[in-house]
Structures are given as structure tokens and as C-alpha cells.
Design a protein around this ligand. Structure first.
Ligand SMILES: [Zn+2]
Length: 86
């Protein structure tokens, strides 16, 4: 799989298509380890042609998955206990 690791600010573009709040300052809590932080500080993996995966910098758990699907996005927030607006 061809993937590119980026910092959390790289999520601003794709997630900005879905959410109307400032994504990089939005706060999350990780279901994997309980860590809370800002999405802008998380790790973003851009998987070519499949979308992005945002991973917890504490435990590498997949916090958010976002995949383009025709003219829509599929967003999986299952790795987060919560997500607050930025
Ligand atoms: Zn974690």
C-alpha cells in the first residue's frame, strides 16, 4: 500500500470538506489509550486513492478514517471517544 505520513494539519483539507469547524484545533479523545489532544497534533497517513487515516500519536490507534466515495465522503470516527469543535 502506498501511503504518505503527514502531520495533523494535513487533515484540514479533507476533513474541512466534511466539518464546518476548524479541524486542526478540534480536540479528540483516543479510544485506544484515552489520550486527549488536538487533531492538528495527530499523525495523518494519506493512503493513495483510498483516503486518509488519522492516528493517535500516543498509541497509533486509528482515530478517524476518511475515504472519498464518488461525490461523498465516508467518515469513520470510531477511534475517538469524542470530538469537539475547534
Ligand atoms: Zn491513543
Amino acid at each position: 500500500m502506498d501511503e504518505l505520513r503527514l502531520d495533523g494539519n494535513a487533515a484540514a483539507g479533507p476533513l474541512g470538506e466534511v466539518f464546518s469547524f476548524e479541524v486542526t484545533t478540534a480536540e479528540y479523545a483516543c479510544r485506544g489509550c484515552g489520550r486527549a489532544g488536538r487533531l492538528g497534533e495527530a499523525m495523518v497517513y494519506d493512503v493513495r486513492d483510498l483516503g486518509i487515516i488519522i492516528r493517535c500519536p500516543g498509541c497509533d490507534y486509528a482515530l478517524i478514517r476518511l475515504a472519498p466515495n464518488r461525490d461523498r465522503y465516508l467518515v469513520d470516527l470510531g477511534g475517538t471517544s469524542y470530538l469537539t469543535t475547534g
